[in-house]
Design a protein around this ligand. Structure first.
Ligand code: ZN
Length: 184
């Protein structure tokens, strides 16, 4: 890579930014949700609900923009946390990415295709390209919604650099099999 004049990387980076702004797609990254202990029930040492009402909870509290009111119960799951022991708040980040579904190789660099080979056969793979500043968000997301399809990261994103310039980050996702959804 040392053969490139230092300006090449900068120029390429500008091209990627222009393409992203012109043709990019808004995608939604779902990060690890915020989580706090349920005030309405006692939890066991693992943080799970014992489904026993916490008699000490008498004053409504504000948690994640919701007012949680003490709700006594004698049987079944805690009605506030549904037996989870915690209350959660979704954390979403919306970013604009260059998105390509099921990349065939035409127009892709060889390095991109190496990652494609790790894809899962029979699933829809999607390649995204984003600026380096989103690298950690993409690496740490629990799932991404791309073109309205739930996707999971296949392998950690890769930074492509030319010389000392980080030109773009490339990540591969695969659609989550709807047959594995948790209904039932
Ligand atoms: Zn609870």
């Amino acid at each position: 890579m040392g053969m490139f004049p230092p300006t090449i990387g900068k120029e390429l980076k500008k091209v990627y930014e222009a393409v992203r702004k012109e043709t990019g797609e808004a995608i939604c990254l779902h990060m690890t949700p915020n989580s706090t202990d349920c005030p309405n029930c006692h939890s066991n040492p693992d943080g799970e609900s014992t489904n026993i009402y916490d008699e000490s909870f008498v004053t409504p509290v504000e948690i994640y923009d919701n007012t949680i009111t003490p709700t006594s119960f004698n049987r079944g799951r805690c009605p506030v946390c549904k037996g989870k022991g915690v209350l959660e708040q979704d954390v979403e980040k919306r970013i604009t990415a260059i998105v390509r579904w099921n990349p065939s190789g035409a127009g892709d660099s060889k390095g991109d295709m190496d990652i494609t080979a790790a894809g899962i056969e029979g699933f829809n793979n999607v390649l995204i390209k984003i600026p380096k500043c989103y690298y950690n968000d993409v690496r740490d997301c629990v799932k991404a919604v791309i073109s309205n399809i739930d996707c999971k990261l296949l392998v950690p994103p890769v930074l492509r650099h030319v010389g000392k310039v980080d030109v773009v980050a490339v990540a591969f996702f695969t659609s989550i099999d709807p047959g594995h959804s948790s209904n039932g």
